[in-house]
Design a binder for this molecule. Sequence first.
Ligand SMILES: [Zn+2]
Length: 253
Amino acid sequence: MRKGRVLAVAALLLFAPSAASGGATAARGVPILMYHVVSAPPGSAHYPDLFVRPRDFADQMNWLARHGYHAVTLKRVYDSWTNGSSLPRHAVVVSFDDGYLSQYTRAFPVLRAHHWPGVLNMEVNFLQPVGGLRPWRVRKLIDAGWELDAHTLTHPDLTTLGDARLWQEVNGSRVALRHKFHVPVDFFCYPAGRYDAKVIAAVKLAGFLGATTTNYGLARPPGFYTLNRVRINGSDGVQGFASKLTNLTPSPY
Ligand SMILES: [Zn+2]
């Protein structure tokens, strides 16, 4: 009986926000796009699909705008799921992994022209080297409304680590980014999509509100620590991109 009541209250808490904000919109799954490098792949690239050409990226963002999508931060999606705050009818999250220079030089101007924020999953040790973003660029992105999230210190496979190293990579990356940029760093991104129950426990303990994976599909509550994403490959172009989006979400029209 008691258990039943607890469950009923939990269900109420889970579903009340969507009712408060106008029905299915808030609780509906949201596509979180996953990008890496936004430039033409060099001939020597081991993983050419991680490179999306700047022209393709611009066309993809234009396609979103033409089809009624509106990019938001992951925190805004999370808030709509958990407290019913408003969300554009066709929300999408545009996330960038690791922290490549081209995310600033190529992707940022395109998103800025749409007045859209991006979400940066930053590997802390990739802030400094040539080819990395450098802190001053990250600050510019934050100033423009981007969300900064943690992607560990050194990008290891977290499922292979001992307890101390796991904590250092998960909690240490949050602490380092918060200290350096004075923003919440509320979400985590698993390197190479690798996670297990122990890794999830560490992510929760470090205070993250949720975490993104490389599992394909729409992100939807209540799986906040295993949020799906939609990988965008260099070979997608605008047509492959469009078919991914339209197969995942009902047409806005
Ligand atoms: Zn990564």
